[in-house]
Design a protein around this ligand. Sequence first.
Ligand code: HEM
Length: 497
Amino acid sequence: MSDEKKKLTTASGRPYAENENSMTAGPRGPVLLQDVFLHEKMAHFNRERIPERVVHAKGSGAYGTFTVTHDITQFTKAKLFSEVGKETKVFLRFSTVGGEKGSADTERDPRGFALKFYTEDGNWDLVGNNTPIFFIKDPKKFPDFIHTQKRDPRTNCKSATMMWDFWSLNPESLHQIMFLFSDRGTPYSYRHMHGFGSHTFSLINSQHERVYVKFHFKTLQKIKNFTNAEAGRMKGMDADWAQRDLVESIDAGDFPKWAMKIQVMTEEQTRTFRWNPFDLTKVWPQGEFPLIDVGTLELNKIPNNFFADVEQAAFAPSHVVDGIGYSPDKMLQGRLLAYPDAHRYRLGANFEQLPVNRCPYATNNYQRDGQMRLDGNGGDAPNYFPNSFDDIEVDHSYKEPALQLDSLTADWYDRNGEHENDHYTQPGVLFRQVFTDEERTTQVNNLLASLTAVNGPKREVILNRQLCHFFRADPELGARIAEGLGIEIDASMFAHH
Ligand code: HEM
C-alpha cells in the first residue's frame, strides 16, 4: 500500500492546481475566463438534477434476497420459482405517491412497493403498492386523477376540493378511499406494511397452461400504523422518517422480511367470477381464492449511493419473465406503455444500462447508439437481424399459449357500464366485516378531517355526491359522515333523487 494520495482532477483527468480560489486579475478580481476548472465545476453542478418521477418521487430503496420456500411449479415455469431454496437477488423501492422528492414520508397516501428480481431469464419487475386495489380502473383516467392529488394550479397547495371532486365523480375509487382513510393510509414505516402486485397477472407452467394470479407480500414485522395525528406530527419532526427507519434497521442487521403468497384463478373461474377479475378496484376474496405460500423476501443492504441506485432505478410492469404474463386488466395494459416511456424521458433511451437496472445475465440485441451508451455498443458485431455472422437466435419456445379474447368488437366501452358498476359491495364488506369498532371510528374521523377541508362554490355538490357513495356502501358509514359534516340527510337525498 502506498501512502501517496490521489490527485483531484477534472472529469477529463487533468489535475487541479487550486480548488478553493478562483483565478482572478489581482486579489480583488475580476475572475478570468481561463479558469476552466471553475467553469466545469459550476457547469456540472448546474446539471445535477434529473426530472423527479412524475408520481412516487419520494422513495427509499434496498437490495435483498428472495428465497423460494414452497413449490409452485404446477402454476409457473418461471426459473426463479424452479426449486425450493432457490435464491434471487432483488432491489425494492418504497415510495409515497403524490409528494415531491423532498416531501414528508408520513403523508396519507398509498405507498409504492416496487420490486426488481434479477432472474436468469431477465429482470422481473413487480411494481405494486401497499394496497391490493387502486382508485381507478381505466388508464385514461390516470393523468386527471394524479392532477387532483398534486398541487392546485393557482394556490400551488394540495386541495381537498380537487380530490373529492374527482373521487365523487368516479365512484369506482371508493374501495381504495376506504383503505386510504383507514390508518393503513399512514403506515408507521415501510417495514410495517404489506406489498401487493395489485393487478391480475398470469402464470404459465411447463405444460403451457395458463392461470391468473395476484401477488401478495405479507410483512413479517407486523402491520403498524400512525394515527392521523401522529403522522401529522412526524411530518414536522422528521420528514425522512421512513427512509431513516429503513437505513437504521438494515444497518443494524435487523433485516425486514415479507412472506410472498399468491392467489390463483383458473381461466374457467375468471369467466364465472361475480366481479370482473381484471378490475383493479376489486379484490379476490381470500375465502374463495386462498393464499398459497411461495417464499420469503428479505432486504439486507442499503445501496452505497442513493442517486446511483435508488433515484436511477427504473421499474416497469412490462418487465416480466418466461412463466409470468400480463392479463386483460386495462390499468396494467396502460402501465405497460407508461413506464418505459417515463424512463426514456427521465433517464434516457439507454436507461436499462444503468447498473441498478442492468440485467446481470445475458442481454443480446441489435439496439445501437443513443445518448450515454455505456456498454460498448455491441462492438464490431453485426447490428442487424437476421445475419450470416453471429449466433443470436430467436427462441420460439418462449411463446405464450394463445389467448382467447371475450370480444371482437372494438369500442369505447363504459368502464362502469352494466356488470361493471358494483362500486359498493366490497367497500361495505371492508367497513362492516373487516374493520373493528375502533377502526370504523378512525375511518370516519380520518374521512371527516379531509372532507371538512373541501371548500368553494361547489362544496355542497361535491360533499352530497360523495355522501351518496358512502351511503350506498354502508348506511352507518353514510349517516356518521353526514352527521360529522352537519348535513341533513333527508334534504341531501331529496337533492339527488
Ligand atoms: C394507468 C395507471 C398508471 C400510470 C399511467 C402510472 C404511471 C407511473 C409513472 C409514469 C411513474 C414514474 C416512473 C418513473 O419515472 O420511474 C410511476 C411510478 C410508480 N407507480 Fe404508477 N402508474 C399507474 C398506476 C399504478 C398502480 C395501479 C400502481 C400500483 C399498483 C402503481 C405503482 C407505482 C409505483 C410503485 C411507482 C414507483 C416506482 C419506483 O419506485 O420507481 N402505479 N407510475
